[in-house]
Design a protein around this ligand. Sequence first.
Ligand code: ADP
Ligand code: MG
Length: 486
Amino acid sequence: MSQFSDLNLNPILLAAVQKMGYDSATEVQTRVIPVAMGGQDVMVSSQTGSGKTAAFLLPILHQIMDAKELEEKSTTDERPAPRKGRRGRQPAYKMPAPHAIVMCPTRELALQVAQEAILLKGSHRDFRVATVVGGMPYGRQIRELQNVTLLVATPGRLIDLYKQREISFDNVHFFIADEADRMLDMGFSEDLETLHKSCINNRQTLMFSATFPPKVMRLAEGMMNHPLRIEISPKDTINKNITQILHWADGREHQKKLLFHWLENAKIDQTVVFVPTQIDAEEIADELKEKGLSVDYLHGGMQQRVRNRCLDNLRRGKIKILVATDVAARGIDVETITHVFNVGVPRQPEDYVHRIGRTGRAGREGTAVTFVHFKDKRLLDAVEDFIQLEIKANVIEGLEPKKEPLRGAPRGGGRRRPGGGAGRRNDSRGGRRESSARRTEGRGDRDRSRAPRGEGRRNESRNERRSTTDRSARPSRRSSSRSATV
Ligand code: ADP
Ligand code: MG
């Protein structure tokens, strides 16, 4: 930890940081900012909620502000090729040419990063922040790109704009990949490389991720120049402030009863309930609403405008419970989330880490409760292998599971009784085991039967991709969101 005032930041940034109420820099900020300010490539892994956003925004904003080239260089004189059907282009039009690009896996995250950039740039007048994300109208997004300095974008839509010559990368000197692991999971690997290569004058690349699996390392090698690797508690990507609990359940109805019990009895400020499919999100939210609870749902099938409003309502405390699919997991950064519930175990062990990372933010305590169907035991094994931790099972009187699961035997841990240790911290299990993630695909009958209608996370990823890369999908028709520039 160190003081922001020790970091030699531009006074505008220092003032903004103070205005945001940040007392001291977090560990990742302390370690990354000085190196990145010096222009070096950096790859950083650090747990969710540790303040990675400011760790990359501050050094980039600092360098751009210091360069004093904002006024003259945020556009190029190059004219775009005339496009059919485009009327009323002013002769004075200059192609937008940002100085820095931040790539994000999801729209929600992009909007949050842009929001933070706007706060951090503070009173600087010539510094403009814009976002380019799928599901927003093209025309407006293009208009609002004028004079952009820092662009926050999802890869699919940005590649579209680039190919249509609506944007120039000639002035991009800073390229940042946030949540790189997630971008690869979502199939953005090629897009990311193409975009990075297109920034021919790029000077510095920063890559951030909660974890750095081998596939991310490979991408990083291609994109970076002798990067400095900064890892903060690499073996412990889960925040220490989060207490993890699981309940065995006989099926979906039992899972819901357990959830309702928790919602009615625990001291909950705000909570995110993760469910496998879009239909589950809507159904469970409806059921909770019928019980008189303050609830909304969020999934990738909703219009961007509605999704934004929903997140806003959560942030402002207008709703207490958000029922969501994994699409929402990364973006949600609300400090007052005290609990995360998982109805079912996510198929990708990484998703578990990202889901529960929604609580325990900014040094607060959080609780993550997972309701596990017996059939999903192997999904749970994969998660536990990934986090190197055996999650304590708990039972609620009157809501006990009908059968007791066999646990631990294949891994030599012996049989464990459910019921002990709710609310206690979990101990780490020492050495890392081979992940069993690969073995767990396609488990869970309910999920399978629902997949065509319900569209789980995989499908959501595809939807997002389609809507951002396929012109015929016409994302502008799907959404009437009002503003592309935040
Ligand atoms: P990450 O990207 O590592 O998951 P974020 O950048 O989203 O984390 O930051 C998590 C939360 O901590 C945000 O609410 C952010 O505003 C807050 N935060 C970041 N840096 C600081 C700081 N130095 N002091 C206090 N709060 C901070
Ligand atoms: Mg982040």
